[in-house]
Write a protein that binds this ligand. Sequence first.
Ligand SMILES: *[C@@H]1O[C@H](CO)[C@@H](O)[C@H](O)[C@H]1NC(C)=O
Length: 538
Amino acid sequence: MNNVEINKGFVGPGMLTAVVPGEIFTSPSSEAILMALHAVGSGSKSGTLIIAANYTGDRLNFGSAMEKAKLDGLNVEMIVVGEDCALQSSDKSAGRRGLCGIVLMFKIAGALAEEGKSLKEICEIVKHASENSGTIGISLTPCSIPGSDSSFSLGSDEMELGLGVHGEAGVMRLKVMPAQDVVKKMVDHMTNPESASRLDVKKGDCVAVVINNLGGTSRMEMNIVAKETISYLELMGLLVERVYVGTLMTSLEMAGVSITVLKVTSFLLNCLDAPTSAYAWPNCYLPVGAKTRFTPEPIKLYSLASKVPDLEAAGPQISQKGEAIIRQALSFSCSALVSCEKQLNCLDREGGDGDCGSTLCKGARAILDLLEKGLELSYPSQLLLTLGSVVERSMGGTSGAIYSLFFTGAAKAFIDQCTANTWCYAVELGMQAIMKYSGAEPGDRTMLDALSAAHRALSEELQRNGNDSLEECLTALKGAAQAAEKAAVATATMKAKAGRASYVNADRVNTPDPGAHAVGIWMRAVYEAVKQQIRLRT
Ligand SMILES: *[C@@H]1O[C@H](CO)[C@@H](O)[C@H](O)[C@H]1NC(C)=O
């Protein structure tokens, strides 16, 4: 091979001076290695250290190149790293392969070389460190070698434990399981006292850990594995002083990860902490301001549930009759939304993802549940705040946030009175809260179209007819429900300017907006509830 290019220092100060890659998953030729040794070693008195992973081809080719280089007068030493803990036999020939632990050896050797340590010293330290490290890998997929088939196949519910880095299969096949169990399995395998290839660790040992991406694992999953690994090692009584998460040694695009554990002393930690500009070397997980890693105490969470409502500041109280009306209104409107779940989902399939009915239904069921358990109804302001947090928790997502804003905003209306006008004002404040944070306005083809039409009708009727008697209020409520329904129907021909439907081609959506339709449904139910309560009394 005569097309090898060596860029001295390319790999980064503090790490390697050169790498000699072979074809995919094969050792480089000894000629290529020899050229590299000349490129970095000619004229150097201090010498060159080869760090090779323990594969037969690598051992042979690097060994042969080293012998030739020595004949050429170069000062070369070699360390073979084999920290694989996969093979569990006690047979010595079933040796340990070199896996991601080798990257820690690059780092340690690089730091020592920068410090000016001798080749002999570096060799001893790195050899000792590599004997105190262990690696185990797991994967959900094989990798695909460009131009050929994947080397093994895995079912979608299977995982392969104990892989090498050349696409070869592992030592054990497992069913997929949660990250916590996977990590336990891996670490137990790595430290299994029965195994000849184990890493010996005991309580109180300080360790550095590498969570290595085998190529196709998402960052989120990498960090989940990191968290579980730290927890489990700490449970074993180890002091996890450094954790590196990165893509350091891959099997192309294999969706898997390996865990490397290195027993460390403060001397080795200094080497790991030494600066390097090698771009793939990851920053360590460290709490802010800390020089060494530890797991901070979890922050005490502010409890939302234990908040006791302050009835002094709860605003006006309503009569028992008022409570009965509110109970009926909540019960009717929530039941109506539950029974319309499918219909609303259907409408939502046109411009959204078809879950509007189900989401509203979740909130409605949560409120009905609370009503059954004895929801405090006598303070409208407190009641609305409670409804706000109930819908937020039970519905989640955008709809939950919108209705939560609505109730929380509306609660502000009840300062000293609780008349029909106050309720009308509450609807206005609720709408304002939604508009402030959603950026949507009436006319954008959202639930605000129905809500604002209802509010307008309510406020006009109350002004025109007065609000002294319950009958007058009922007339106003009827007007509001009708206006909401009419406005919801009208959204069918409007162009969406906010919400999910605004991302969909306007020609495709010609049914009413489900959010607006839902407002019509619960408004009508509120009207029916009030009507029934009034009729009961007369
Ligand atoms: C390398 O693997 C061979 C078997 O292939 C084994 O005998 C040897 O102990 C291993 N070397 C290291 C350093 O792990």
